[in-house]
Design a protein around this ligand. Structure first.
Ligand code: GUN
Length: 302
């Protein structure tokens, strides 16, 4: 028996259909489209690809889409001035400052400067706090965690009551927020990390196992409980000498083929969580637009 592969592209396409419908209704109601501004400082090639894809999806969703590309020499004060201008622009509902920022710019200062109502990354402490107190209906929630939980929903449905979820990784970007979202869906949640004793035994208790550690194929097949749903958030580029000298390939934090022997369903890498992140950025932008205009918040799901 091999696990069902969870098709992140297909689920993301469904979310993006919902985004387009909601964006069109918003535009009709308010006489303006949802607006998303993405700010990129410097020329990191991976960031350039992400930012271009975000712009393309925003255009496809019918948004007003702006990209601000700033040179590596940009000062923190200049970046903060752009954030302030976007905060004050009534037609912009979402502001995303692409990370990592160049040395010399303090990430926390910049993230704190973004209006929490426009914080479509969900990284501002106000949004982190709203999620943590269970007021997720008012919070903008980080995209990768929100997308990961929709993939769980695509297999198990919206309620995780009675399920034990184990999250491996405790980052602010994935581990902690995904744990909060699983808790909100009534899962019993364990957060494990690099200092956890007997990590394989903890993982074997998981009905839902979320891997977000950034270590290629660290989670082995015999760590997976029979019938578990496995969400692999890792994206690691490793050498692939079998493809030729100097070639590389992408792998997750889970040894997928081994894990698929035990799991009921598992996300592939690539093509699992990855496509969800950008779909949830678009969903967050539409949600922010509705909240800012005092309209009922739309729901996006599997
Ligand atoms: N860089 C890599 N992932 C992300 C993300 O989710 N948000 C932002 N702003 N930058 C990133």
């Amino acid at each position: 028996m091999s696990a069902t592969r969870i098709d992140g592209k297909a689920v993301a396409a469904r979310v993006l259909d919902q985004v387009r419908d909601r964006a069109a209704a918003f535009t009709a109601a308010k006489g303006r489209p949802p607006g998303l501004a993405v700010v990129l400082v410097g020329e990191d090639p991976a960031s350039q690809v992400y930012v271009r894809n975000k712009g393309r999806e925003a255009d496809a969703a019918g948004f007003r889409s702006e990209q601000h590309t700033l040179p590596l020499s940009t000062s923190q004060a200049e970046l903060l001035a752009i954030v302030a201008r976007l905060n004050a622009d009534p037609g912009i509902d979402g502001i995303l400052v692409q990370l990592p920022l160049p040395k010399g710019i303090d990430t926390e200062t910049v993230l704190l400067a973004i209006d929490p109502a426009k914080d479509v990354d969900g990284f501002h402490p106000i949004n982190v706090g709203l999620l943590g107190t269970g007021a997720a209906d008012k919070a903008l929630v980080p995209c990768t965690p929100a997308g990961s939980v929709i993939l769980v929903e695509s297999v198990l449905g919206p309620s995780l009551a009675g399920k034990h979820a184990v999250v491996v990784g405790r980052s602010n970007i994935v581990g902690k927020p995904v744990a909060q979202l699983l808790l909100q869906r009534d899962a019993t949640v364990t957060i494990a990390h690099s200092r956890t004793a007997d990590l394989p035994a903890i993982c074997r208790m998981a009905d839902v196992l979320v891997a977000a550690v950034g270590r290629p194929e660290m989670i082995r097949g015999d760590w997976v409980k029979p019938g578990a749903v496995v969400i692999d958030v890792g994206i690691n580029r490793i050498a692939a000498p079998e493809k030729g000298e100097g070639k590389t390939r992408l792998v997750g934090d889970v040894a997928t083929e081994e894990a698929a022997v035990h799991a009921a369903a598992i996300t592939p890498v690539p093509g699992g969580v990855g496509p969800m992140t950008i779909a949830l950025l678009m969903a967050n932008t539409v949600a922010a637009a509705h909240l800012r205009e005092g309209l009922p918040r739309p729901h996006f799901g599997a």
